[in-house]
Design a protein around this ligand. Structure first.
Ligand SMILES: Cc1ncc(COP(=O)(O)O)c(C=O)c1O
Length: 295
């Protein structure tokens, strides 16, 4: 079951629409050019998690694309409407509302119209509990850009959450066809970047100091809201924090590596390119609890 609510200035709380029938013009630039941005966030029992961080990131993505965004309060109201409709439909027996995936989408709109097309859609969240406890196998994939490309070539839109995710999906198909579950991109100059839909986090303990690390943002990666929430909670619990740069050897030398994202949360990486990584159930539980509390 999918709930759909368009942002529409004539409807202050959003305009609900039937997700089961065609709703977009075929000359919408989001469809014809992938020209737009999106956000995916989790809602638990009808309450969105860290909506402010997602709306902030959507504003940053919009700025990188020079894209006009509907006002923030219009998003907040449309999200509330969509979640209420989803809870209602679930209570009527057509699905489970407990964990829902909320997608916010905005395109550059119909060609020539000059106004964006924007909507909120809500579906039941996929169950990732097995990956969270058992972990995943990962392959390192070359993204083909060096770690300075984002600053040198802003038109590549590295670091924006654009609708052009065909490359990310192709990476996932590639690793799955080669016996793994997920990917970690590396830059052409050998730095660790991010997963196709996740942020890389690693933990290490040296001389009694426990540190969480993540690749540096200026290397052209998306600013992860889950990683950020985890880091803030971990810092309050006494962890040191580090922000790269990281190379693949850092992953192999860590006490644990995770992929962090809003819907799947924290998934431990059990092997990279067939090389087993250290895994501690206690550490996995500790970081999962920290991330959960932060959210
Ligand atoms: C490329 C990429 N990096 C990182 C993330 C993780 O971001 P967040 O934790 O805000 O979901 C995502 C989320 O989909 C992503 O697509």
């Amino acid at each position: 079951m999918t709930v759909l609510v368009f942002l529409d200035s004539a409807f202050p709380d959003g305009r609900p629409a039937d997700a089961g029938v065609p709703q977009l013009m075929i000359n919408d630039l989001g469809v014809t050019r992938g020209d737009g941005i999106f956000e995916s966030l989790l809602a638990v029992d009808g309450v969105p998690r860290k909506p402010g961080a997602h709306l902030d990131r959507m504003a940053s993505s919009a700025q990188l694309l020079d894209l006009a965004l509907p006002p923030r309060d219009a998003w907040e109201r449309a999200i509330a409407t969509a979640l209420a409709l989803h809870t209602e439909a679930s209570a009527a027996g057509t699905g489970s509302a407990a964990r829902a995936a909320v997608k916010l989408v905005v395109t550059r709109g119909v060609e020539g119209a000059g106004t964006p097309t924007a909507w909120v859609q809500v579906t039941a969240a996929p169950d990732a509990s097995r990956q969270r406890t058992e972990g995943i196998k990962v392959l390192l994939l070359d993204r083909g850009y060096d770690s300075l490309a984002a600053a040198r070539a802003p038109w590549l839109l590295l670091g924006a959450k654009t609708l052009s995710y065909a490359v990310n999906m192709a990476a996932l198909r590639y690793v799955r066809a080669n016996g793994a579950d997920d990917a970690i991109f590396t830059s052409s100059d050998g730095k660790v970047l991010e997963g196709p839909t996740s942020t890389v986090v690693l933990a290490r303990e040296r001389n009694g100091v426990r540190t969480l690390l993540t690749p540096e943002r200026k290397s052209g990666i998306l600013a992860g809201t889950t990683q950020d929430a985890l880091f803030r909670a971990a810092e309050a619990a006494g962890w040191e924090l580090g922000y790269g740069p990281l190379v693949p050897e850092d992953l192999f030398a860590a006490d644990g590596v995770w992929l962090a994202s809003s819907i799947r949360l924290l998934v431990p990486v059990r092997s990279i390119d067939g090389r087993e990584l250290p895994f501690s159930e206690a550490l996995n539980t500790e970081l999962t609890k920290l991330a959960d509390a932060a959210l």
